[in-house]
Design a binder for this molecule. Structure first.
Ligand code: SF4
Length: 366
């Protein structure tokens, strides 16, 4: 008996070879690819232009998604949806969809857990279980895209019934991906990039590379490798502190890759790609949010082609790490701005649904 593999694990070439081995003509792979990545099918039974026997073989040997929904939470304002997905081996991961006026952004995971151990992060506290496969990474994006497509259909149906003139509803396509969920993408580099190649391939999901941001805790070799990639993705580096003593306390991997090494890799990246880098800075009350910290950060980033995202921390229950006050966040941003460092205080999303990384998973596992 053949062990089923998710179809999302296959490249187009691999799928074509598999279908050829089943005796199907070459164009069947194009049809399947379109059903999976353009029409967002969840089941081979939907592929009505395929012979029934082929649909049945696909369903038995190449089921589409490796994910099942273990939990779903929606924020009260309906602007943030968080899923806990169960994987075939019983492990769970988190995926978050954030709805803005003009953007629909999904935040995806690349590992089950994380080995980086950031002290303020629920995922980091749970440790690493395993890497995700490329298909498990792609599947999160398709799940979010399907959810949006379902919402669009509902809006269209309501519009038809109301018989009102004008556009039915706002565009509900997925517009952005941030690789910022559970795990460190550069610690699972090859599978993450295999997934990103599929997600940007015009014949597959086809999202523009410039709409995708990869966020790292700051692994220098990963930053340099990304600079060599043909895909024009955005890079975000989670800094959280501008001196090694504090950063090692907050982000223990800093002990191995201190700030000077991270910044050298970032400079190489900017020199090679000419692209702006985003620095993520989780603002924590009385930990890293003082005017002195802001001045130190502006000194570190002076002259760099960069932008700083200041994110008041999502509070974790019983954690000594709590969010900076709005006043401190605003003062921090103004100090950076006065020194020529562009910075934005980001809104926290979905506080009522455990939107911080790893929080829903931890709650469901307890
Ligand atoms: S913040 Fe990111 S890198 Fe740090 S432990 Fe959490 S998931 Fe890992």
């Amino acid at each position: 008996m053949i062990q089923p593999t998710s179809l999302l694990e296959l490249t187009k070439t691999e799928l074509t070879a598999r279908l050829a081995a089943w005796g199907a003509p070459r164009y069947r792979a194009d049809q399947v690819w379109e059903w999976v990545y353009k029409k967002l099918a969840t089941d081979a039974a939907e592929m009505t232009n395929l012979p029934v026997a082929l649909r049945e073989q696909l369903a038995a040997e190449l089921p589409i998604t490796p994910l099942t929904v273990a939990a779903e939470r929606r924020s009260q304002d309906n602007q943030t949806i968080k899923w806990l997905f169960r994987l075939p081996d019983g492990q769970t991961i988190e995926t978050v969809l954030m709805l803005y006026d003009q953007r629909q952004t999904v935040c995806i995971s690349t590992q089950v857990g994380c080995a980086m151990g950031c002290v303020f992060c629920a995922t980091g506290q749970a440790g690493l279980a395993r890497n995700l496969s490329a298909g498990e990474i792609v599947a999160q994006v398709l799940a979010a895209a399907r959810w949006l497509a379902g919402r669009q259909e509902t809006a269209d149906a309501a519009h038809d019934q109301s018989a009102q003139p004008g556009p039915a509803s706002a565009n509900q396509r997925l517009t952005n991906i941030v690789v910022m969920g559970m795990g460190e993408p550069f610690a699972n580099y090859e599978r993450t990039w295999a997934a990103l190649r599929t997600l940007t391939d015009p014949q597959a999901f086809g999202l523009g590379a410039r709409h995708i941001t990869v966020s790292t805790v700051g692994l220098p070799q990963g930053i340099r490798k990304m600079a060599e990639e043909p895909l024009q993705l955005n890079l975000a580096v989670s800094l959280h502190a501008a001196n090694d003593t504090l950063r090692t306390q907050l982000v223990p991997i800093n002990h191995r890759y201190p700030i000077a090494e991270v910044m050298a890799a970032v400079r190489d990246y900017i020199g090679r790609t000419k692209r702006r880098v985003t620095f993520e800075y989780a603002l924590m009350h009385r930990i890293n949010d003082s005017p002195a910290h802001a001045r130190e950060l502006s000194g570190l980033l002076k002259g760099l082609l960069c932008h700083v995202n200041l994110i008041p921390l999502n509070p974790v229950a019983e954690s000594p790490y709590q969010p900076a006050t709005p006043e401190n966040a605003a003062a921090f941003q103004q100090i950076l701005a006065a020194r020529g460092i562009p910075a934005t205080v980001r809104l926290r999303r979905g506080l009522d649904i455990d939107a911080g990384c790893g929080q829903l998973r931890r709650r469901m596992n307890n």
